[in-house]
Design a protein around this ligand. Structure first.
Ligand SMILES: [Zn+2]
Ligand SMILES: [Zn+2]
Length: 349
């Protein structure tokens, strides 16, 4: 092991540098992970260009997977194993931690935002955060464990029943993953709604037949059209936009379930008419945040299982691959959106 390694290091807002940094040393309960694939998350764009990380410099990247290349003598059996990484390090003391719901922890640490993450050749990772990856699942897929786990967690809030019609508002990465998960859960029909026809065309390429451009088509009417006038059993708001929320409330059936997932860019407002829909149809609205990671319920292990058994088909979602050295190009592509992309990934040989 050399003393230095290559990494994309954020020095200031907008100042991401590919450079030599000191190589990590493993502390107590840690193993050394050689990062093989690391995805750029939507949340990395504001993190790098607008908000920054909690301190500088920090190596971003919270969606990654790799090979365990070193461990303490008592953990030597882990060396040579593939792993994805749950990026949250909980405090272990607060009320949420006591019941194992770590994303609600009041005082957590995080690989790739509060401490160094996966846009590097190596990272020292706590054993507790390792998610085992079977041989059949490629690193690039395992690196998408986070968005997959988040999508699984969101839909688990709704309890999809065999044959349900599921309407997903927002056809970005998460929306597409959620659509696959909904099918895996036994949904009879899955509809994807967006205002971006490029995204919808891509969804059709993946095999989703019910795609709705809500700029030109009334989504609720479309959903009623494919459900004998009833509306969707389950609706997922994956855009974080007021107009979309109203669309979700309109598209849900009587006693339907609406899961709120999209991060709001500004205030979320509900028009009076849409508000009546909540009341009259006695809708259940439920928020979702991150994912569960405990022994009773582990969306991360489930995500890997869904990759292994083919419920999740990730290959086509990875539209761009870069080496770490090209982090400038990769982030420009992600930010400027001049070219269509779904998942942009750093890969190392
Ligand atoms: Zn992410
Ligand atoms: Zn805690």
């Amino acid at each position: 092991m050399k003393d230095t390694m290559k990494a994309c290091n954020l020095h200031r807002i907008g100042d991401l540098r590919y450079e030599d940094v000191s190589a990590p040393k493993i502390g107590p309960d840690e193993v050394l992970l050689q990062v093989k694939a690391a995805g750029i998350c939507g949340s990395d764009i504001p993190r790098v260009f607008e908000k920054g990380t909690y301190h500088f410099p920090t190596i971003p990247g919270h969606e990654f997977a790799g090979l365990i290349v070193d461990a303490h003598p008592e953990d030597k059996e882990l060396v040579g194993k593939k792993a994805a990484v749950f990026p949250l390090l909980p405090c272990g003391r607060c009320e949420a931690c006591q019941i194992g719901e770590y994303p609600q922890c009041h005082d957590y640490d995080y690989y790739g935002s509060r401490r160094d993450g996966g846009f590097a050749e190596y990272l020292a990772v706590k054993k507790w955060n390792l998610v085992p990856v079977p041989d059949g699942v490629p690193y690039e897929h395992a690196a998408m464990c986070e968005p997959c786990a988040v999508s699984i967690h969101a839909l688990s809030q709704a309890g999809i029943v065999l044959g349900d019609t599921v309407a997903i508002f927002g056809a970005g990465t998460i929306g597409l993953l959620a659509a696959q998960i909904a099918q895996g859960w036994g949904a009879g029909q899955v509809a994807l709604i967006d205002v971006d026809d490029t995204k919808l065309a891509f969804a059709r390429k993946l095999g989703f037949t019910h795609t709705v451009d809500s700029k030109t088509v009334d989504a609720a009417e479309y959903i009623r059209g494919i459900t004998g006038g009833r509306g969707a059993d389950v609706v997922l708001e994956a855009a974080g936009v007021s107009a979309t929320l109203a669309g979700c409330l309109n598209a849900a059936k009587t006693f339907g379930k609406v899961v709120l997932m999209g991060n709001p860019a500004k205030n979320m407002e509900i028009p009076q008419k849409a508000y009546w829909e909540i009341l009259r149809k006695q809708l259940s609205l439920r928020g979702t945040w991150n994912s569960s990671y405990n022994d009773a319920r582990n969306d991360w292990r489930l995500a890997i299982q869904c990759m292994d058994n083919g419920v999740l088909k990730l290959e086509e979602l990875i539209t761009h691959r870069f080496s770490l050295a090209d982090c400038g190009k990769a982030f420009d592509l992600a930010r400027q959106r001049k070219e269509f992309s779904v998942k942009i990934m750093f890969v190392t040989k």
